[in-house]
Write a protein that binds this ligand. Structure first.
Ligand SMILES: Cc1cc2nc3c(=O)[nH]c(=O)nc-3n(C[C@H](O)[C@H](O)[C@H](O)COP(=O)(O)OP(=O)(O)OC[C@H]3O[C@@H](n4cnc5c(N)ncnc54)[C@H](O)[C@@H]3O)c2cc1C
Length: 435
């Protein structure tokens, strides 16, 4: 029986384990933290996709068979509720004894084979994968015929500094900067109430933090924000372009609130601005902002209490070091998928990092489908094939720095990986109900 190892116990890794187990394969999943470790770090945030897009047909069928009552399809949840749901899947009989929590994969190669050996040579596939896993009792070796990398991107945020590299002072103050989404209305309230926060970025995470700070301002009117955004404001004058074809009311509301925040007197909104320097002393940051105004660079210094750095994430490719994986030069994810993502984004008129929030109204056409449906070629199963045979990258990591991944894309990838592994193009445990 084929041995399949899945690295990462997020929503897509657990789906991959469940699917593999139901396919009758010998599946093991290693998760370095608790189940859904990454999702738990933003557990207080609401998802913008509804349950119907966050659960696979296979998972729903298995839970229904057990009589589990699930929240209605059209409703949404918090990250914590999503993680609880994934916990229900992990407890299914099919996965008993197959999930190893607090077990990190720290090394990945092939038995007695180097990265430089056997390029494009069938002898490479004859050597099983060799993984070094570490848990509280130490390190051990696990072998596998196939490896599915579902390790996500959330643990490797992009820096705040100019050009995506850490600016002077950023490394020294890394532990003081909020790269993960702070719980502004909950456990981090004290830190934000009546304080001055620098918010960096213009994706969904920045909008989320701005919305929460906006809510906090009702009770704590001295709360202030400086919001810096690298790009320019579209001609319609608001940071986020509201899409007439928006498929998610939650996302629409999020962007509307962020646009309102840009006009709030307590918010100093600064487009075309990057961060050149960060210092910290006596409980306060001093940050040097670099803004292009009328073609000229202007530097100004601000003092603030918090820095919420929401500049996106990048994949940690260190696990691939001994494998033959071709990385895309822009996404940092696998090459072929990266090419397709760039083409789809170009066609939709958006950049790689912020998705369609930055879409220009002039680019919007009534007939245009929402971006998550633009370019179905992103779901072409051949994009899952790597130079490294029997190695697959699924989930949000497969999109690299592209912010457009949704769990639905991950379920398709899981289905298609097992078509490849079982060498059966008709093999579909979703029974044709996903698309
Ligand atoms: C604030 C926020 C809101 C979002 N809202 C939505 C939404 O509404 N809808 C949607 O579809 N998506 C949303 N996303 C994207 C969402 O994160 C992903 O869809 C989903 O979590 C991706 O799952 P994943 O399994 O690919 O990765 P992750 O959830 O990141 O899981 C990866 C797992 O791998 C583990 N891991 C990493 N390295 C190792 C290692 N070496 N060994 C063992 N384990 C390892 C990690 O601990 C982690 O548990 C949102 C993201 C954020 C940040």
């Amino acid at each position: 029986m084929k041995q399949v190892v899945i690295i990462g116990g997020g929503p897509i890794g657990v789906e991959a384990a469940l699917y593999g187990a139901m396919a009758g394969l010998d599946v093991q999943l290693f998760e370095r933290g608790q189940l859904c470790e990454n999702v738990r770090t933003w557990g207080h945030i609401g998802l913008f996709t509804e349950w119907k897009r966050n659960r696979s047909p296979l998972a729903v069928r298995l839970l229904h068979e057990l009589g589990v009552e699930l929240p209605p399809q059209e409703t949404t949840s918090s990250g914590d509720e999503l993680a609880d749901y994934v916990g229900q899947l992990a407890n299914l009989e099919a996965l008993r004894g197959r999930i190893f929590l607090h077990t990190e994969v720290v090394g990945l190669t092939r038995e007695r084979v180097l990265k430089s050996d056997f390029a494009d040579d069938p002898r490479r596939v004859q050597a099983p994968f060799r993984l070094v896993v570490r848990d509280e009792s130490g390190e051990r070796v696990v072998h596998a015929d196939c490896v599915i990398d579902a390790t996500g991107v959330y643990a490797t945020p992009n820096p705040a500094g100019n050009g995506g590299a850490r600016c002077p002072g950023e490394s020294a103050n890394q532990s003081r900067i909020d790269y993960a989404l702070p719980d502004v209305l909950g456990r981090d309230r004290e830190r934000f109430a009546n304080r001055h926060t620098l918010v960096v970025g213009s994706g969904h995470s920045a909008a989320s933090t701005l919305r929460s700070i906006g809510d906090l301002m009702h009770d704590f009117p001295q709360t202030r924000v400086t919001w810096v955004v690298r790009r320019d404001v579209p001609p319609h004058g608001a940071p986020y372009t509201l899409a007439p074809d928006e498929s998610s009311p939650q996302r629409d509301e999020l962007h509307r609130r962020a646009n309102e925040m840009a006009n709030d007197v307590r918010v100093d909104f600064r487009p075309r601005t990057v961060i050149d320097d960060i210092e910290y002393s006596n409980g306060s940051f001093r940050v040097v902002l670099n803004t292009v105004e009328q073609g000229e660079v202007r530097r100004r210094e601000i003092a603030c209490d918090n820095i919420a750095c929401h500049t996106g994430f990048r994949p940690d490719t260190s696990l691939w070091r001994e494998l033959q994986i071709v990385e895309h030069p822009a996404t940092g994810g696998p090459f072929s998928l990266g090419e397709v993502l760039l083409t789809a984004n170009r066609r939709a008129g958006v950049g790689l990092s912020t998705g369609y929030a930055e879409r220009q109204t002039t680019d919007l056409k009534d007939s245009e489908p929402p971006i998550e449906n633009v370019g179905d070629e992103r779901n072409d199963e051949r994009l899952l094939l790597q130079n490294e045979p029997n190695f697959y990258v699924v989930g949000i990591k497969s999109y690299g720095r592209d912010a457009g991944f949704l769990m639905q894309n991950g379920f398709r990838q899981v289905r298609d990986v097992y078509k490849i592994i079982t060498k059966n193009t008709d093999f579909d445990l979703y029974e044709g109900t996903l698309d």
